[in-house]
Ligand binder design. Structure first.
Ligand SMILES: Cc1cc2nc3c(=O)[nH]c(=O)nc-3n(C[C@H](O)[C@H](O)[C@H](O)COP(=O)(O)OP(=O)(O)OC[C@H]3O[C@@H](n4cnc5c(N)ncnc54)[C@H](O)[C@@H]3O)c2cc1C
Length: 296
């Protein structure tokens, strides 16, 4: 196995163009497990660790441009206000050691349906900045996951960054596992309220071949909130609306039975998480509204 160590982003792109089968390695928390268990024996490893800009982020007017290798611990420490859903999801990843090494670029590279970043990214809305010597493109997150552990990257492309919408409202992340740490999700649910566009977006993990959005649930809720004037009047969401949202979220799942849980359990748990996270975020939204009214 050859180890390629580019000193710059341009060198990394050139190396990937020359060796399209080279496996990029960032934190190595997925790649090294696969190599150690002999699940993968790549001809070339492409080490991205000398490329400093991959571990940097920029906070813009509307988006955060998050470098592919920014570790989860930095997201938790520095980007909680801008990316609350992703920060909450980061908290649930593994252990402090893994959170210091692993990042969103690696989670996207692996594209496991159980990866914790995905539901938060789907709910927040983002684009993946992919680059090759041929140029740069932005891949909408909805188009990124193409199959079980498959993504939309071309063989010569690398992930440079992820452009994630800054939160304009409350976000939540919920994960079911057999314990509180060092656990792969049995299933997970992310939700983001977007008061500016009066929409709610969702993300479901580990309950379908790829991470998915609960689109019908979103459409139902968006229409119900609009119709009832909920965004303006800040009323409590009625139990029947919350229940229908949960039922539709559950129905969006296409899970399997495996060692971590049954398909039936996953569908059930996603419905519960959908209802609870909707309640939590809506309470936060109403609280913020009341605080603003008080200040006026
Ligand atoms: C003990 C343990 C516990 C874990 N627990 C969790 C958990 O709770 N939740 C969770 O989601 N994950 C978990 N993981 C998996 C892993 O930590 C995450 O998927 C992490 O985000 C991977 O990031 P990384 O930088 O280490 O990726 P790497 O291992 O370096 O790479 C992962 C994949 O992405 C590709 N890649 C990396 N960077 C790029 C890039 N810039 N462009 C293109 N492709 C790239 C690699 O080629 C590889 O295919 C765990 C792993 C371990 C070992």
């Amino acid at each position: 196995m050859d180890f390629l160590r580019p000193a710059s982003w341009e060198e990394a792109l050139a190396a990937k163009a020359e060796h399209p089968t080279a496996v990029p390695i960032a934190g190595g928390t997925d790649v090294m497990v696969e190599i150690n268990f002999d699940h993968r024996r790549p001809e070339y490893l492409l080490d991205l660790n000398r490329i400093g800009e991959l571990s940097e982020w920029e906070v813009g007017q509307e988006n955060v441009r998050l470098g592919a290798s920014v570790p989860y611990s930095s997201i938790m420490e520095h980007l909680r206000a801008e990316l609350p859903g992703l920060a909450l999801a980061s908290h649930t990843v593994a252990s402090p050691q893994i959170r210091n090494r692993g990042g969103v670029g690696g989670n996207l590279g692996t594209a496991s349906p159980a990866g914790d970043a995905h539901p938060a990214l789907l709910a927040a809305d983002c684009e993946v900045e992919a680059e090759s010597v041929r140029g740069k493109r932005l891949i909408p997150i909805d188009a990124f996951y193409t199959g079980v552990k498959r993504n939309a990257l071309e063989p010569d492309e690398l992930i440079r960054a992820v452009h994630i919408k800054k939160a304009d409202g409350p976000q939540q992340y919920s994960k079911v596992g057999t314990r509180n740490a060092m656990v792969i999700a049995v299933c997970a649910f992310g939700i983001a309220l977007h008061p500016e566009t009066r929409t709610v977006r969702t993300g479901i993990g580990s309950a379908a071949p790829t991470p998915i959005r609960a689109r019908e649930a979103e459409e139902f809720l968006n229409a119900a909130l609009e119709e009832g004037g909920f965004w303006e009047n800040g009323k409590i969401i009625t139990p029947s609306i919350a229940q229908q949202f949960a039922t539709l979220a559950s129905g969006a799942c296409n899970p399997i039975d495996d060692v971590r849980g049954t398909a039936k359990y996953r569908r059930h748990a996603v419905g519960i998480m959908a209802r609870r996270t909707l309640g939590w975020t809506w309470e936060q939204y109403r609280g913020a509204g009341r605080a603003l009214e008080g200040a006026a």
